[in-house]
Design a protein around this ligand. Sequence first.
Ligand code: BDR
Ligand code: CA
Length: 300
Amino acid sequence: LKELIVDTDPGVDDALALALAFRNSNLKIDLITTVYGNIGVKQSTNNALKLLTFWGKKVPVAAGSKASLLGRNFEARSVHGNNGLGDAKFPAPDKGLLLNTNAVSSIHKLLSNSDHKISILAIAPLTNLAILLKEYPEDRKKISEIIMMGGSWGRGNAGIFSEFNVFNDPEAANIIFQSTIPLTIIPLEIGRMAQINKNTITSIKASGIIGYSISLMFGGYHSGPDRNTFNIYDALTVSYLLHPEFFTLASAFVAVEIGGKYTRGATVIDDRGKLKQPFNAKVAKKVDVEAFSNWFQKQW
Ligand code: BDR
Ligand code: CA
């Protein structure tokens, strides 16, 4: 059983990641923390609560940052719809799951009270986690690993070379990359390799009310180059937790461009020691698309 904190900005692919995690008894989510990103933090928090209510799960939710460390935020409503969930309607949220402590204090409290280490699944801008490490540096000892969706080997989706989650808060990403916490990165290219298509959605839809509700989100999710394929980036992190054998990882030195004039938020992934820096992460280089797709289709 793997114990987790999920830091998220739901988001259609976040919703899919959560659904996969909720449906798998090998994963136990202790806490969900929310952050700005695909949409504002108020809506992302509401979405996390809606999804929990829909799945009948009782996981505490703590609301986090409304902007980056430098006070900025770039949303992705044109991708995820105005409500962040592809404009699909979910039942009213159970507000009783919302903690009255914020994301950072809630993670700190959970880690301090735990007698063992807990993993963090980071599928959104990294602001909450960066603030945690700044305010409570000793907490890093309680984090067994961070598995994040973010960064890219090559070109980006938010900037020319910058992936959305890192682009939103490069300073925060920098803190995570330098934290010395074991870090596994599932970058943009891996999500692009393992897209789902309309046929997959049709088969999910056919699986009953859950599948039907999931499929509704894709009606308003604009992620692929055409409207036939969809990037489900965040969902890949959950499949990595359950099936690391689907992925080929490379040890690398990973850094983020903070000062770049044209490349702010770009990740530099050096898996060949060119920069002569110690390796600080494992980065997915390949995914077995067939194995992933077979597994994914069986989840509904
Ligand atoms: C990442 O950005 C968000 O739009 C997605 O939810 C995912 O976490 C992809 O770049
Ligand atoms: Ca996300």
